[in-house]
Design a protein around this ligand. Structure first.
Ligand code: SF4
Length: 232
């Protein structure tokens, strides 16, 4: 269900938030947030009305996993065709394709066994969908959470090779793992991240990384790119 719409006035961007996901990632950062918060649905008509009143250039769909929401295709069509605004999957696990202008796919791992272990699901569709979405003309971006000794440099290299095999100019962002309670993995250091990004850069032209502390992760709204107010 959709449960919230937020708005960033500076970047003229609205975010439509969906609750729920079809993966069960062991290191899911949502386990760090939303603790005990009551989530109530916001109806499709109310979202359309709210978006229609905002001065927006782009609408991002975020999750959980936004593509699990059966109302998403209708909302995307409203955003693109009725509002004439750029529609973007702000983040997705890549398990489904929807008709957006841009899609930011988090590729958890290239090795399927590892993917099953980490998410509870195979990555066969994720990799297939990434390629297909690119061939449909969707602007693709990829990212991976770097987890030392788990989803490590060898996986980053395989993913970078895979993405470069489609288009070496696809942007790739490596996210430093923020430890989730109950998991055995440590947070990577700056040098770990630099090394992972150097490896990815052997294959891809546009590689970036971030390595937030838990405090910075919780304080993302102090960065103007993420600052937003709730509007529905
Ligand atoms: S795909 Fe994303 S939202 Fe879903 S469980 Fe994994 S990290 Fe969490």
């Amino acid at each position: 269900m959709f449960y919230k719409v937020t708005y960033n006035m500076e970047f003229k961007r609205a975010n439509v938030h969906n609750n729920g996901c079809n993966f069960r990632c062991r290191g899911c950062s949502y386990k760090l947030k939303n603790g005990g918060q009551e989530i109530k649905p916001v109806g499709l008509e109310q979202i359309k009305k709210t978006l229609g009143k905002l001065d927006v250039d782009r609408v991002h769909f975020v999750g959980g996993e936004p593509t699990t929401n059966p109302e998403l295709p209708e909302l995307i069509s409203f955003v693109k065709n009725d509002l004439g605004v750029y529609a973007c999957l702000g983040h997705t696990n890549g398990s489904n394709i929807v008709d957006v202008d841009e899609s930011n796919v988090s590729i958890k791992s290239y090795t399927d066994k590892l993917h099953v272990n980490y998410t509870g699901a195979s990555n066969a569709n994720v990799l297939k969908n990434f390629e297909k979405a690119y061939s449909m003309g969707i602007k693709m971006k990829a990212s991976t959470v770097f987890i030392p000794d788990h989803i490590d440099n060898d996986e980053i290299e395989k993913i970078a090779k895979f993405v470069a095999g489609i288009d070496e100019s696809i942007p790739y962002h490596i996210v430093g793992y923020v430890p989730v309670p109950g998991t055995p993995w440590r947070k990577p250091g700056y040098e770990d991240m630099k090394k992972a990004s150097r490896i990815a850069k052997r294959y891809l032209k546009n590689v970036t990384f971030s390595c937030l502390s838990k405090e910075e992760f919780f304080n993302l709204s102090s960065d103007s790119r993420y600052k937003s107010v709730r509007v529905a």
